[in-house]
Write a protein that binds this ligand. Structure first.
Ligand code: IPT
Length: 992
């Protein structure tokens, strides 16, 4: 076995210095496609002599590159492994396990006459995980490390016209795996392109055009850096669109030059200019965006305007192909981001495929490009011997930062470089930052573990509470990670949350509080939600059911379960409600509306509102009565605002009246069609005072000798007081429910909770309370027992009294149900009164009705269209909605609480002809949830396909629910969104 496996070296062989990834008219040959492949479970079992030209590979398998072999071979080629922080192998630097899955790849390919230039040929690797030993025509040409970094090898000597044989031996583990401990699947393979690039003599080897914009004059300037052989000069730089060209005679004449007035580049208006850099031999094209990035005190400016990052952390991910890039799918993902007001991407936690950055340039995103580095597993030993502070790793880390920078340096969308993620600090991270500062004096360097900001430029935190953010802004409070008292110094610098709002399962809540903090605390510039998309891998059960696998589903010994599924988009590409919530909260167009006026504030970086139209819709009881477009003078960017008068809203003939204003695109844009809604706001212009009872006389109950009580068309069980049917509809209940299927934010507890601290005693984090799920189970909320205290018949109706309490508990809840039938409607007034002694929180207080199964359609008047919760309801609007039972819940990677919608007025189930109306009690309306499974069934399933078949439909009418929070990785539900034990009332009417 080769000692390459344990080497600290960044690589060896014919490596050449890193360069930009740029288009060229020189010859190139992409070696993607079918290769021969042989899998070995151990490095020492790999086929001997496989690099030889005449090696017989006829009995090898085939593989289509680029690919992670582990996703293609069924069980034959090993399996994916998911760990978050822990290394899946013993920490024994620089050693790796003998069981080191190894893939041998061979390809015979033809090099046409005319491909070989008078010059050199480079073999370029876009990304290989993790160690690649490359041979060409039997000669070892290089050893490549750094899985998501490009590497070129000079193969001029080995390549020939005619048939060539390339062999790549790829080992899953090598010493550098210690540097690649990102929270994601471990997926070995040649997952980016392998290409041959002809480098003609006198060609232009590298280009860096730093395109500056002067916000005062509106002029653009270019600082060129060209790398070429002395014979390559003169070189011409042309920007045809500006009618500009300049010829540079020699490297000594490489001075900055102005190009006159230009349209600047920003994420909002990504103006790009084609540039041709050419000489007699080669022509290279790229697109530049003119923009100036600078930090002035605590302000981070682009083109003189403070940045506001509405960002996401984006991994390279596809449910079938892992980190193999697909331009169309990547583009679709970015369009979806733009459509949800996302304007920034952190390339967590490695540089993406180079074409992604072409797309972010073109579509407009502020990008933090991150180097391929994470050593998180060292945290368990308090960062003892951490590579970032170990001299043996210095060359490798400097090599990494150089390779990622040089490849990506031309992209205007990159406004910041990041050293990596969760790798601690030390002399090596300092050296990496210093190298970047020297090489690119303009763009700031980010590195979150530099808590004290000793060697980077932007204060960065993860999952901070808004209280901690306020403290940091004031330069006070406790400095959470670094040196005490340091907050006063940090307050002089710009701040971001490089991760916040952990989008795992249902949640995260409280986005609007972050929005407010970003808007009001001067040092804060926004943040990046963790994360864009779940990373479930598409699999099929033996029964043929498709599902998305997470940690543990491949039999891993050590894994982190569903923590790999924590995105605003599900593995299959479905956006979760959090994405709509994010769009609503962070829209740069802020709307406010009253009876007769609306206010528009434009918080875009760039561009007025002339691309928008403002539509005012009035609805009475959820039905549109008028829709008009309102004229508004264009409102300028960066905080300008404008007011428009609105016509008086008509009073409804009873019922509610709502006025909705929406800002929508006037015309098709590069990222959304005309009519796409950028912002929306609602205002109730007329309320209702609802009659407490229908007007008609009440119908007398009849006690039958079948043990049933009948009131009109409603039938009850005389012993329990439970509703049995209404008309033709079988029903059961209601039972009091205090339980919900825990969300992952309910069940995880690595972060502190606000539950312990009421009122919040210390600022920032709360106490180390057990998870909500643990607290709720301990309190017995999932196992309430019921005792019937009374079922009393009177001439007006039925009075039922139930007592609910868990085993071994003195705490109880008394529920009184008063049933009447009037005007053909079944009327329920319900009241729940908890005993003394309850502590902590409740997930819900609801009435649970069981309805027939097989219901398909649902219509409701209330909030929607998506699920919403006390700390996540900015996207919810009041209106009439229709859907299917399936639409009512979200298929999270792990089944959990889902589908609650606050403020319900009416639910109609047309399949059985049942209507349920909910009325305000004490100014409050309940929410509802309709689902094919009850909370116990949901909680018991680990994947959606494990949910049992269901013969019931469960309707919960919840007087209150607990918020969502973000405690799977971040702050728990805040005090104002907690559901504390307390009384509840319902006023419902049913019609069948
Ligand atoms: C943070 C990591 O940076 C990120 O990669 C991801 O693992 C995230 O957590 C959770 O999903 S680190 C955490 C200790 C705050």
């Amino acid at each position: 076995m080769s000692n390459e496996l344990t080497s600290f070296s960044p690589g060896s062989g014919r490596r050449v210095r890193p360069r930009s990834h740029l288009a060229s008219d020189a010859e190139a040959l992409n070696l993607s496609g079918e290769w021969r492949f042989s899998f070995s479970a151990r490095a020492d079992l790999a086929p001997e002599g496989a690099a030889a030209v005449d090696f017989d590979d006829s009995d090898w398998d085939e593989i289509a590159l680029p690919a992670h072999w582990v996703l293609l071979g069924g069980d034959d080629w090993g399996k994916p492994i998911y760990t978050n922080v822990a290394y899946p192998f013993p920490v024994d630097v620089p050693n790796v396990p003998d069981e080191n899955p190894t893939g041998d790849h061979r390809l015979a390919f033809e090099v046409p006459e005319g491909f070989l230039p008078d010059g050199r040929v480079l073999l370029r690797f876009g990304g290989v995980e993790s160690l690649c030993i490359a041979s060409l025509n039997g000669v070892e040409v290089g050893v490549i490390r750094g899985s998501r970094l490009a590497q070129e090898l000079d193969v001029t000597e080995e390549l020939r016209v005619g048939t060539n044989v390339i062999h790549l031996r790829v080992h899953q583990w090598c010493a550098h795996s210690y540097l690649e401990d990102q929270d994601q699947w471990w997926l070995p393979g040649v997952f980016r392109e392998v290409e041959l690039l002809a480098r003609p003599d006198g060609g232009i080897d590298d280009v860096w055009l730093r395109a500056d914009f002067d916000p005062d004059t509106g002029e653009g300037a270019i600082v060129p850096e060209l790398l070429a052989h002395p014979s390559a000069w003169p070189i011409t730089i042309a920007l045809p669109e500006l009618g500009f060209a300049t010829t540079i005679a020699s490297p000594d004449d490489l001075d900055a030059f102005g190009v006159g007035i230009v349209e600047p580049w920003s994420a909002d208006r990504p103006n790009l200019y084609e540039v041709e850099v050419s000489n007699a031999v080669e022509s290279r094209t790229l697109r530049v965006g003119f923009r100036r990035v600078e930090i002035v005190g605590h302000e981070w400016l682009v083109n003189g305007t403070k940045l506001r990052l509405r960002g996401v952390n984006r991994h390279e991910y596809d449910p079938d192909h892992g980190r193999v890039f697909n331009r169309e799918r990547a583009r679709d993902g970015l369009l979806l981001m733009k459509q949800h007001n996302i304007n920034a991407v952190r390339t967590a936690h490695y540089p993406p495929h180079p074409e992604l950055l072409e797309l972010t340039d073109e579509l407009g995103f502020w990008v933090i490009d991150e180097c391929d580095l994470e050593t998180h597993g060292f945290v368990f030993d308090d960062w003892e011997s951490n590579p970032t502070d170990d001299i043996r790793w210095r060359d490798a880390l400097l090599d990494r930062v150089q390779r990622f920078f040089e490849r990506d340096k031309n992209h205007p969308s990159i406004i910041c470089w990041s050293l990596g993620n969760e790798a601690g600090v030390g002399s090596n991270s300092e050296a990496m930052a210093a190298w970047l500062h020297r090489r690119d004096p303009e763009r700031p360097v980010h590195y979150e573990p530099d808590y004290d900001l000793t060697h980077t430029d932007v204060v960065s935190r993860m999952y901070a509470t808004v209280e901690a953010m306020a403290d940091m802004s004031q330069g006070a409070g406790k400095h959470e990670f670094g040196t005490p008292g340091r907050n006063a110094v940090l307050a002089e610098r710009p701040m971001i949350l490089c991760e916040y709002a952990h989008a795992m399962g249902n949640g995260a809540g409280a986005l609007s509080l972050y929005e407010e903090a970003f808007d009001t605390l001067p040092q804060w510039h926004g943040g990046f939600v963790w994360e864009w998309r779940d990373h479930g891998l598409r699999q099929t059960t033996p029964e043929g059911v498709e599902f998305h696998a997470y940690g543990g589903d491949f039999g891993e010994v050590l894994h982190d379960g569903s923590f790999v599924c924590d995105g605003m988009v599900l593995s299959d590409g479905t956006p979760t409600p959090m994405l709509a919530e994010f769009a609503a909260v962070t829209s740069p167009i802020k709307l406010d509306v009253w009876e007769n006026a609306m206010l528009v504030e434009n918080r875009r970086h760039d561009g007025d509102t002339s691309d928008l139209r403002f539509v005012v819709v009035d609805e009475h009881d959820g039905r549109v009565v008028s829709e008009i477009e309102v004229e508004l003078r264009p409102v300028g960017p960066a905080g300008d605002s404008g007011i428009a008068e609105l016509p008086e809203a008509l009073a409804p003939h009873g019922g509610e009246a709502w006025r909705t204003v929406r800002a929508e695109l006037l015309e098709d844009s590069a990222w959304a069609p005309a009519g796409h809604v950028v912002a929306r706001v609602q205002f109730r212009t007329h309320g209702v005072i609802e009659p407490s009872l229908p007007s008609g006389p009440s119908i007398r109950p009849v006690l039958g000798d079948d043990g049933r009580i009948t009131i009109g068309r409603a039938v009850f069980d005389a012993r329990t007081g439970d509703l049995v049917s209404l008309g033709d509809v079988d029903m059961a209940g209601p039972r009091l429910d205090l339980w919900r299927a825990p969300t992952e934010n309910d069940s995880l507890s690595d972060f502190h909770s606000y539950v312990d601290v009421e009122p919040i005693a210390s600022r920032g984090v709360g106490g180390p309370a057990p998870s909500s799920e643990t607290q709720w189970r301990t309190a017995g909320l999932d196992r309430l027992q019921r005792r019937v205290l009374a079922v009393d018949v009177s001439p007006e109706g039925l009075r039922v009294l139930h007592r609910y309490a868990p085993a071994a508990s003195r705490e109880s809840v008394l529920v009184e149900l008063l049933w009447e039938v009037r005007d053909g409607q079944l009327v329920l007034a319900a009241d729940a009164q908890p005993s003394r002694g309850w502590t902590g929180t409740w997930p819900r207080i609801g009435l649970h009705f069981v309805l027939p199964g097989g219901l398909e359609r649902v219509e409701w008047f209330g909030t929607g269209p998506n699920e919403n919760y006390p700390d996540s309801r900015e996207a919810a609007i009041v209106g009439r909605f229709t859907g299917t039972l399936q639409d009512m819940t979200v298929n999270y990677a792990v089944p959990q609480e889902s589908g609650h919608r606050e403020g319900v007025r009416e639910v109609v189930l047309p399949d059985v002809g049942l209507t349920v109306r909910a009325h305000e009690v004490g100014g409050k309306r309940p929410g509802f949830q309709l689902r094919a499974h009850d909370p116990h069934e949901v909680a018991a399933a680990a994947h959606p396909h494990e949910l049992p078949g269901s013969a019931r439909t469960h309707l919960h009418i919840d007087a209150g629910v607990h918020g969502l929070g973000s405690r799977s990785c971040g702050p728990d539900v805040r005090p104002e969104y907690q559901l504390r034990p307390g009384p509840a009332q319902w006023s419902l009417r049913f019609k069948a």
